[in-house]
Design a protein around this ligand. Sequence first.
Ligand SMILES: Nc1ncnc2c1ncn2[C@@H]1O[C@H](COP(=O)(O)OP(=O)(O)OP(=O)(O)O)[C@@H](O)[C@H]1O
Length: 578
Amino acid sequence: MKRFLPYYKYLLRVRWHFIAALIAGAIFGAASGAGLPWMMKKVLPEVFGRGDEVPLMELLMVALIMPAVFFVRGLSQFINNYLIQYCGLRVLEFIQVDVFSRLQKLPLKFFQKHKSGDLLSRLMGDTQMMRMALVEISNDIIIQPMQMLGALGFLIYMSSQKSEFFFLYICLATIPLCVMPIQLIGKKLFKKAKSVQEQTGDLTASVTDGLQAPMEIRSYNMQGGIVSTFQNQVIRLFKARMKVVKYDKMLGPTIEFVSACGVAVAIVYAGRAGLDFESDMMPLLMALYMCYDPIKRLGKIHTKIQRGNASLDRIEYLLHYEDELPEAEKPVPFENVSGRIRFENIQFAYEDQLALDGVDLEIPSGQVVALVGPSGAGKSTFASLIPRFYDVNEGCVYVDGHDVRAVRKSDLRSAIAVVSQQPVLFNATVLENIRIGNPEASDLEVIEAAKKAHAHDFIEKTLDDSYQTMVGEKGTRLSGGQRQRIAIARAFLKNAPILILDEATSALDSESEAKIQQALEELVKGRTTFIIAHRFSTIKIADRILVFDQGKIVADGAHAEIYDSSGLYRDLYDRQSG
Ligand SMILES: Nc1ncnc2c1ncn2[C@@H]1O[C@H](COP(=O)(O)OP(=O)(O)OP(=O)(O)O)[C@@H](O)[C@H]1O
């Protein structure tokens, strides 16, 4: 449980509700542990011990003790359960928000290494286990001993009254016997629980895969394969879960068996010692049972802690993941950016293989640079070093004379607009999707940006609710060209001094392409622009062309200049034009 200590900060935020829950829980524990045996001690001898001589009213008054004890017990139990649920759900909310915020801070590399389904299962499933460990267990750890203390107190009281300590000895002798299986089973359970959480991650990953690309799955007839992968994972998860169920469910009966042995010995003794059934034996047996019940529950808590531990491992992996792109300790001010960029002797590798090697050049502010070269040559990698999506292995990237690592990441990225090859739209309205470029922009400014991006006409004429149309998940209700223009409108609205355009490779109809081309020409004016050019028609608007080959820049200059000097560029250009 020590591992959970740092996370009690979440519980502190709902401390008053939790304290109220504990008080109610303590009343419930005492009403069960001492109240129930005391009730029996009071009621049974009156009802059965005195025969007909008890007046009816007196009998009724005594009998009323039963509903009174159960009322107190029931009410405190309800309040405890209700408040514990409240605290649990609030704590879950705090943990999930923290884990999600952490995920948002992790670098791109992290998401390339991890399956989104697995991350989803850590965020939604493992946090539930942590909630259970923090709230329900803390509650039980206080309530159950209360019940046990109440019952033990009653046993001690009764034993001292009768000078009869046998029941107490039985209780004290069997408790350690009950603890042993708890320890043994708990250890097994930790391993099994961790495997369940991992399998759940794999299963969620395969569900996300199966739902993310419905078109590819249908066109390649992958349904059978996808379903059988899913089925295998469900079976694996089923097997792992059954192992947890086996150990989890083994505990209760084991403790019950040990306690039944204790009770049997107590009954035999009580019979031999001639104890009175109603006034002595029943309350003592009840108190004995009330001592075992919390042990059984504490045993279950132990198994829950093990499951919580397994989930905590998976959550801490995210919370403690080392950020490969740390923020500068004292970030330099970064304002009024002009967009002058310098790459100084850059080397960069994703893993072992160099993706960029010996890149050294300067781009004056406002220059429009086209990046060309064969697939895999390093164009996108080069562009992604500017917003510091990755850090270089050697050398340095400067923007306006500042090392990008010395600037706050959010400041740097505010100065850069990115229009990617397949722009992602969020499941919101067209208006909201454009406004991402500048959350402060008015509706009029959004519409102005859409006009500049040649998007206004299709938004007004073809979409049912114009700017209020919901674009669907990832913008699936819009065509590729329309999505591209929404992304360009975003960039207009952002009005950043540096622009990175990853040109769409998919064939757009000529009207769409012409409109996008017009919009881009407008957009690049006065900004330092990098265009990853797949179609050479775009090169017309570039002042300078960088030709990439196997991670190196093999030609650098204006079209006319490098067409003569670079065989690779000439080849690429002629192939496209010809
Ligand atoms: N996330 C990644 N992890 C590992 N290697 C990568 C990653 N992204 C790219 N690479 C590798 O880095 C090299 C450069 O890739 P990059 O995407 O920069 O090329 P590109 O010129 O933009 O290609 P394309 O024109 O096909 O988009 C390639 O060998 C590629 O396989």
